[in-house]
Unconditional design. Structure first.
Length: 82
């Protein structure tokens, strides 16, 4: 992959979807079938959390907050995402 391709808008969007899917997977592993129940139980805005799982661009603060709920580090979270 060329350096310019790595930073294309399409590639960035694909990475956001990978992050969103991994967050959804973590939620399901915690036993939550619903994003709403997870958000409610963890004092997160349910609409914002739904957007996170749909691949909306989020802040690092939001990502760290969600990862703290799952008790997972940034490095552990990103180790399987390329």
């Amino acid at each position: 992959m060329e350096e310019t391709d790595k930073y294309s808008q399409n590639n960035i969007n694909q990475m956001l979807i990978k992050i969103a899917n991994k967050l959804k997977e973590l939620r399901i592993q915690k036993g939550y079938s619903s994003h709403e129940a997870f958000a409610w139980d963890n004092n997160l805005n349910r609409v914002q959390y739904w957007r996170i799982e749909k691949g909306t661009n989020i802040t690092l603060k939001t990502l760290i907050t969600v990862l703290n709920i799952h008790k997972i580090s940034l490095s552990a979270f990103f180790k399987d995402i390329d």
